[in-house]
Design a protein around this ligand. Structure first.
Ligand code: TEU
Ligand code: CA
Length: 550
């Protein structure tokens, strides 16, 4: 009983701790989200994705779950959740939950009772090595083998030491997970975003003769597709829901296995090729600009690669990525609005389901933190110590790198207005506000017709019900141009031409053969007027022009 409503969905991602505080403790919560449902609806979003709200010791802000059936008390109660779900549904908004089942918290009953011997069956819910641990490194720094004194063995943890990986080879564990998923689905939720789902299957035994990189062994591990087909059959197929798998390190071919039209697994996957093009000298902490030619090559390959066979997720950022406008555009005052609008149109006029990360719709920039004390994110803090304590990177340099790349860039409080604490809370927030809040906030942008916020609404309205956006082909133009990202979409004789300038300088766009600009109608732009000369124009910094034909 599955329909494809998710192909027409627009997803709004909420990081609950940073969205809206309702009770003055400086921490966003479920009641706060309820207060903002009308706002979310007003954008044209149709689905809310909630980052984890479960009970958790918060080592990784909730991606370390200690009870899948409980709401974290700082965020509210199960009644609050039921109310949120009801209120969202009344407004025509669906709700999907983050499903974190690659690992749990070490405070989860399974780990606690399994390691203390109270319930030995739970011990096999995790992955143990009795000899020396493998040589793999954890993605959050240090070894991926954590020693447990009670058991006298090492357990695998791809993420923090307090996030032990689950043993999916154990059918009892899989059944517990399926039961938990069904419990949430029976409550009426509308689907799941599945955290690092491409990592759940590990080789058995864990090879000993490897380097420190576990990716080749654990990404798309041996049984992952067997497990997901089983999950589909035992749980997912029974509901009319949407599923999106987070799949770091995935290729187009693999994506078709996870989310192919007939694969019998998931609906969509998040791939990270286009967000990882800045990985350089300092690995993922490199602050390099994205090379536009490569970015175009990647997005073009995904657009055409998944055409007819799967479905793309359209996103520039999420809670693990720096702010889109800072990373792909330019957050200087003169270019912030222009580049945020350009990025919005560039991505959301492609084929796929748009994902908006909270604050992106007002063009929130990175907060530009300057000291380690401002950071809360375990990954950023571990990386700081890894690099600085070992002398590999000098302290100030590391702070510069983090200011560009840290996950906390996306986790500062949502900027609602220019009053106390940006309207996020009546108390100091759990993480500092970004510097921009007085100028960049929802209230301000509601008043300004030329704001990023209004532009997001316009683009989403333009997409809505437009078959060309859903079905049209995608053809990249001027692939080698270092500044211009241009493409044409075509459907049943209608065409859409999207021209985006990714440079902070003037640059020339010339329409290629077969396109006579004079024949086309201007639909959208981010500047008034344009110097049209010949069959092209001089593009001002971050210029956007969208034309239609037919
Ligand atoms: O992220 C998975 C993941 O691949 C991250 O390591 C990501 O590459 C990195 O954070 C980017 O800097 C998911 C969640 O989205 C993340 O918030 C969690 O910390 C992680 O899984 C563990 O659950
Ligand atoms: Ca609160």
């Amino acid at each position: 009983m599955q329909t494809e409503w998710w192909k027409d969905a627009v997803v709004y991602q909420i990081y609950p701790r940073s969205f809206q505080d309702s009770n003055g403790d400086g921490i966003g919560d479920l009641r706060g989200i309820i207060q903002r449902l009308d706002y979310i609806r007003s954008l044209g979003a149709t689905v809310i994705w909630l980052c984890p709200i479960y009970a958790s010791p918060l080592i990784d802000n909730g991606y370390d779950i200690s009870d899948y059936y409980a709401i974290h008390p700082e965020l509210g109660t199960m009644e609050d959740f039921d109310c949120l779900l009801r209120q969202a549904h009344q407004r025509g908004l669906r709700v999907i939950m983050d499903l974190v089942v690659n690992h749990t918290s070490d405070q989860h009953r399974w780990f606690q009772e399994g390691t203390s011997g109270q319930n030995p069956a739970y011990r096999d819910y995790y992955i143990w090595e009795t000899e020396k641990p493998n040589r793999w490194g954890s993605w959050f720094g240090g070894s991926a083998g954590g020693y447990n004194t009670q058991v006298g063995a090492h357990y695998l943890h791809i993420f923090a030491k307090k996030q032990p990986d689950l043993n999916w080879q154990n059918p009892a564990l899989r059944d517990e997970i399926y039961r938990m998923m069904s419990w949430w689905l029976n409550k009426g939720i509308d689907g799941f975003r599945m955290d690092v789902i491409s990592l759940i299957s590990k080789p058995d035994p864990i090879p000993r003769d490897t380097g420190s990189d576990l990716s080749p062994y654990c990404i798309n591990g041996p049984q992952v597709h067997t497990y997901l087909k089983e999950m589909r059959q035992k749980v997912l197929a029974k509901y009319d829901i949407m599923t999106v798998g987070e799949c770091p390190g995935i290729t187009v071919q693999e994506a078709q296995k996870y989310a192919g039209t007939d694969s019998g697994e998931l609906n969509m996957v998040f791939q990270f090729e286009h967000t990882s093009l800045t990985d350089g000298k300092y690995g993922k902490w490199s602050a390099d600009r994205t090379d536009l030619v490569k970015l175009k090559e990647v997005l073009n390959r995904w657009q055409n690669g998944l055409r007819e066979t799967s479905w793309n997720c359209l996103f520039w950022g999420n809670h693990d990525q720096p702010r889109a406008v800072s990373k792909f555009g330019c957050d200087l005052p003169e270019y912030r609005v222009l580049s945020a609008k350009m990025l919005c149109a560039c991505l959301y006029l492609m084929q796929g389901t748009p994902y908006i990360y909270q604050g992106e719709e007002i063009g929130m920039p990175n907060p530009h933190f300057t000291s380690l004390e401002q950071y809360r994110d375990i990954e950023s803090i571990c990386a700081y110590h890894d690099f600085v304590d070992s002398g590999v990177v000098e302290k100030r340099m590391m702070l510069t790198l983090l200011a560009h790349t840290s996950r906390d860039n996306a986790r500062t409080p949502m900027q609602w207005n220019s009053r106390f604490c940006a309207g996020f809370s009546s108390a100091p927030p759990w993480i500092s506000l970004g510097y921009s809040w007085r100028a960049v906030n929802v209230e301000q942008e509601e008043k300004d017709e030329n704001s990023v916020l209004h532009f997001y609404r316009d683009i989403l309205a333009f997409r809505k019900g437009n078959p060309l956006i859903r079905y049209g082909t995608f053809e990249l133009l001027c692939a080698d141009d270092p500044h211009i990202f241009a493409y044409v979409r075509t459907y049943q004789g209608k065409r859409l031409l999207v021209i985006c300038c990714f440079a902070s300088e003037f640059t020339r766009f010339d329409a290629p053969e077969g396109i006579t600009l004079d024949d086309w109608t201007l639909e959208l732009s981010n500047y008034d007027g344009c110097f049209v000369i010949g069959n092209g124009f001089t593009a001002r910094p971050y210029k956007l022009r969208v034309y239609s034909l037919g």
